[in-house]
Ligand binder design. Structure first.
Ligand SMILES: N[C@@H](CCSC[C@H]1O[C@@H](n2cnc3c(=O)[nH]cnc32)[C@H](O)[C@@H]1O)C(=O)O
Ligand SMILES: [Zn+2]
Length: 433
């Protein structure tokens, strides 16, 4: 399959762009050519020609942390801090979830993510075969993990068993769009010996790990009291960082922690909106970046955000740290854009070069409408994307060369059905808890 896509401008990466008409040749799942100006050869070479003269093409956004099916719990537990939110509001409802609910909740998330220009998402949840099925059907790229909690023997064993089964069934599935990772939930739900077992399983299966780390001040205090070490030092001592790790949050980390993250190559998923909403704090992203830590951006689940819009995360990342440091140069637009694209790709263990538009890279492309007020007057396009644009400006989405959305219409999902099924399912479990 050969597709010719002509657009009005291209942002290839945070470092390079084409500020005028350009064309992209897509061959199967990859970009074969990308250059300024019209395509020189005959258009009859192509199976499909898509003309979008007013579109800005950019790399699809990468959501580096989330819990997709938590769309089902959107609006549950607003305005309470993490511990209360998790233990009193979320866990009791999650205990009632079924595979069917996870399936439809994940489809709802995929719909929302496609509409807002995300082409790859990360998920840590339960009954993940259902989530993977939904991800496969949506056409999105996905980095999935079965959440593991080791608070009692039975759930600890189930976590390992489910992860093994899930990896065997789904790693590299959906034409390679799905990657399986291991998902120990957090040091406060996974005892040290369990974390060590997960580290060993990572080596055995050759799969990376994602975990929540240092999210709240309380988590750090508890870790110091219990283990005499910060969550970062503790996770390192348990052997986790001998393997590729993506650590969500890292809000409360000191310079020693940051040095360990850098030295061990631990990636960080920064979730500014969730951290603000749960009143966890603001991660020291400027210091982590200065130290050379790879930082991606995530939404976290829709029960702590409460949406899955990566444009909001990009803008927050580019504004929040300026305010905190009283430094207008903290996390410039270019840096926030990189965190949502090429750095995000690295954070979620995709091959080098993913998250950019270049020949040889996957055709994961998002088109924005440059006739929108957000792009007028047309100055620095990347600045407009980060500081002005929003999900509403997204018109078309490609993943692995396939169109998931065309002119605002999602092609891969039956959105009417998703709306119906989610309403039906939520009425079953969210009555009284
Ligand atoms: N609870 C599951 C396994 C965990 S899946 C991942 C979990 O992370 C929870 N979660 C979502 N956001 C956050 C966060 O910001 N911090 C900690 N946990 C979170 C989410 O509600 C879900 O329960 C079990 O019983 O086996
Ligand atoms: Zn989370």
């Amino acid at each position: 399959m050969r597709t010719l896509l002509t657009v009005g401008a291209v942002i290839q990466s945070s470092e390079s762009w084409i500020d005028g008409p350009a064309h992209i040749v897509i061959e199967d799942d990859r970009i074969a050519a990308l250059a300024a100006g019209p395509y020189a050869g005959p258009q009859s070479e192509f199976d499909l020609v898509i003309r979008r003269p007013h579109a800005l093409a950019l790399p699809g956004l990468i959501n580096a942390h989330g819990h997709a099916a938590m769309t089902l719990l959107r609006g549950v537990g607003d305005d309470v801090p993490l511990f209360t939110w998790l233990h009193e509001r979320i866990f009791p409802l999650e205990a009632k979830l079924t595979g069917e609910a996870v399936y439809w909740g994940t489809l709802l998330a995929c719909w929302e993510m496609i509409r807002s220009g995300t082409t790859c998402f990360t998920d840590m949840y339960m009954m993940m075969d259902h989530a993977a099925q939904a991800a496969a059907e949506s056409g999105l790229r996905a980095v999935l993990s079965w959440g593991m909690v080791g608070l009692d023997e039975a759930s600890a064993e189930a976590g390992i068993r489910n992860t093994r089964r899930f990896a065997a069934a789904w790693h590299k599935a959906a034409d390679g769009r799905i990657t399986v990772t291991l998902g120990p939930h957090a040091p406060y739900t996974c005892p040290p010996a369990y974390l060590t077992r997960v580290a060993e399983l990572s080596a055995e299966l050759g799969l990376p790990i994602q975990i929540h780390l240092a999210e709240t001040r309380q988590e750090v205090a508890d870790s110091l009291a219990r283990y005499g070490a910060s969550p970062i030092v503790h996770a390192d001592r348990c052997g986790l960082f001998a393997h590729p790790v993506l650590a969500a949050h890292c809000v409360h980390v000191d310079d020693d922690d940051i040095a360990i993250l850098q030295h061990r190559g631990v990636r960080v998923a920064h979730n500014p909106q969730s951290n603000l909403k749960l009143a966890s704090g603001v991660a020291p992203v400027a210091r982590m970046r200065a130290a050379g830590v790879t930082v991606g951006l995530g939404t976290d689940g829709a029960a702590s955000n409460n949406n899955l819009d990566m444009f909001e995360e990009m803008r927050l990342a580019a504004t929040l740290h300026k305010g905190v440091h009283e430094d207008a140069a903290a996390i410039p637009a270019r840096e926030a854009f990189a965190m949502a694209t090429e750095l995000g790709a690295r954070a979620v263990f995709l091959p080098e070069g993913h998250g950019t538009l270049a020949p040889g890279q996957p055709a994961d492309i998002v088109l924005l409408d440059m006739t929108s007020p957000h792009f007028i007057p047309p100055r620095d396009l990347l600045s407009h994307v980060v500081y002005a644009a929003g999900a509403d400006d997204v018109t078309d989405v490609f993943v692995a060369g396939r169109m998931l959305m065309a002119k605002g219409e999602v092609l891969t999902l039956d959105t009417e059905r998703i709306r119906y099924e989610v309403r039906r399912l939520v009425s079953l479990f969210s009555g009284s808890s």
